[in-house]
Design a protein around this ligand. Structure first.
Ligand SMILES: [Cu+2]
Length: 502
């Protein structure tokens, strides 16, 4: 078992070590000092975009990397620290990295707008903004680099995290293929006619989900599930070669040795490009305390749905000195990945890479139970945008209001407005929708009002609807898109825009 020095394991000792490493630039963080907000950092942290070789299923794979100042993937910030980062592009190709869920000024969001082009190979770009605390992540927004693992955790610790003194464990998920993203995309689109031909023909707008189009689907690339309506639902566009948990499979999973007392804060990140998971705590039960970095009222739970790009913070108190697998099972499949929490000296048995049964589709069962600790102030929306999610597997193309990125009509909001977006999914695929630059509250599911979670990514299930509201308090140009990389790439993205942006 590879339990030593695995990249994203985060123990109190490592946090301490990173504190020592940065002690030359800010005062050493004792618990008291951390709670009292340290001095702003004046020297930038270095984040390097590069490449590395990963072993998957016993075979080497060339993938991207995002290595932080301590030589490990991503960045962990102490309470009160600014996000002051020099991003060095050593990836031999242009890139731009998005700080998913963070609320920086728009030109630091890491999206390839004309005003903020990708960083050329060999160049460095600097960022400096006040981060929000919680479990976040970073990923390339350039082409399909995200599929090739240009992704990493971005953890912003709070003073409360320090006081709680729990062992922090990051579990980041990926879907992996030995094919290139371009090959995967070609596999989805080739049998269905080209995207441009479809656009010219005006198809793709309110495409019918009839049995003919279902039959034309790439049968090896999806699982279909029967729904109550008798219609079939599409899951998993792509047949991946492996599912990774902190870069490893269950054949040789990360084993995190737990500290005496066994009090863990598990920071789950779904960094997969086109896969949703059920987190299965097995013999353990956990308490969800935050979603997408934002605190929620505690929910006690053992199986947790995790849509693409979403995060969950789960408190787990280990019942004994044993070893406990944390599984992440792919929706609609038996395939799973995971890590092991194991007390010092506890034996770790071999884990099957397949569960006994297929997992159901990821759904809104947890979403309905969530309640933000800090909800938006009650207020009627000043502006409401309705967005119809459209598209189909054949031809493979996805859109919003029938428009394909980048040929879209921006959704306008003005500073000071309370904005609402009602998303109606008229497809048989689930769409995890992500708004840049704002934290929104989930206020309705299928028309039923809800005082739900504040978050940055919400799943809109097949033929379902979800309404979100947010305060327009961050002027700029903001991407709003499905976080299934292949849906986004074939068009399922639009812009939320403020007036008079240059
Ligand atoms: Cu989608």
């Amino acid at each position: 078992m590879g339990e030593n020095e695995k990249p994203t394991r985060l123990t109190r000792r490592q946090i301490l070590a990173s504190g020592v490493a940065i002690a030359g630039t800010i005062p050493f963080l004792t618990k008291e000092r951390a709670a009292a907000a340290p001095e702003p950092r004046t020297v930038a942290l270095r984040l390097t975009a590069g490449t590395r070789t990963l072993a998957v299923n016993g075979k080497p794979a060339r993938v991207f990397s995002l290595i932080g100042p301590n030589g490990k993937p991503g960045i962990t910030l102490s309470p009160g620290e600014r996000f002051h980062v020099d991003l060095v592009n050593q990836a031999d190709t242009p890139t731009i990295i998005h700080w998913h869920g963070q609320l920086p000024p728009w030109k630091q969001d890491g999206f390839p707008w004309p005003q903020t082009p990708p960083i050329p190979s060999g160049d460095t770009h600097s960022y400096d903004y006040v981060p929000i605390a919680g479990t976040y992540w970073m990923h390339s927004h350039h082409g399909m680099q995200e599929q090739s693992l240009m992704t990493a955790p971005l953890i912003v610790r709070s003073a409360e995290d320090i006081r709680a003194d729990r062992q922090e464990v990051v579990l980041m998920l990926h879907d992996f293929s030995f094919q290139t993203p371009d090959e995967l995309l070609a596999g989805l689109t080739k049998s269905n006619g080209s995207q441009s031909a479809m656009r010219k023909s005006g198809m793709g707008n309110n495409m019918k989900m009839d049995s003919g189009s279902m039959g034309a689907m790439n049968s090896g690339a999806m699982d279909a599930m029967n729904m109550a309506s008798g219609m079939r639902m599409d899951l998993n566009d792509i047949d991946y070669d492996a599912f990774l948990a902190n870069d490893l499979t269950l054949a040789d999973p990360e084993v995190v040795r737990t500290e005496p007392g066994g009090r863990v804060r598990l920071r789950l990140i779904n960094g997969a490009s086109a896969t949703q998971f059920w987190i299965d705590l097995g013999a353990l039960s956990g308490t969800v305390v935050a979603v997408d970095g934002h605190p929620v009222r505690p929910v006690r739970i053992t199986r947790l749905p995790l849509a693409m790009a979403q995060r969950l913070d789960v408190l787990i108190d280990l019942p004994g000195n044993g070893s406990y697998p944390i599984f992440a099972q792919v929706e609609g499949k038996r395939a799973r990945t995971g890590i092991v929490l194991a007390a010092s000296g506890a034996p770790v048995s071999r884990l099957a890479a397949q569960a006994a049964e297929n997992a159901p589709p990821v759904d809104l069962s947890l979403e309905r139970r969530l309640e933000a600790v800090a909800p938006l102030a009650p207020r009627a929306p000043d502006v409401t945008h309705r967005v119809i999610l459209t598209g189909a597997m054949a031809p493979y193309a996805w859109s919003m209001n029938g428009e394909y990125w980048p040929n879209v009509t921006p959704l306008m909001v003005a500073p000071g407005q309370r904005a609402a977006i009602e998303m109606q999914n008229r497809t048989m695929m689930p769409h995890p929708m992500h708004l840049h630059g704002h934290a929104f509250q989930v206020v309705a599911i299928n028309g039923a009002p809800l005082a739900g979670a504040v978050r940055d990514t919400v799943l809109v299930p097949p033929m379902g609807s979800v309404t979100i509201t947010f305060d327009a308090d961050n002027p700029g140009r903001w991407a709003f898109h499905c976080h299934n990389l292949y849906h986004m790439t074939t068009g399922m993205m639009t812009e939320v825009r403020y007036p008079a942006i240059i």
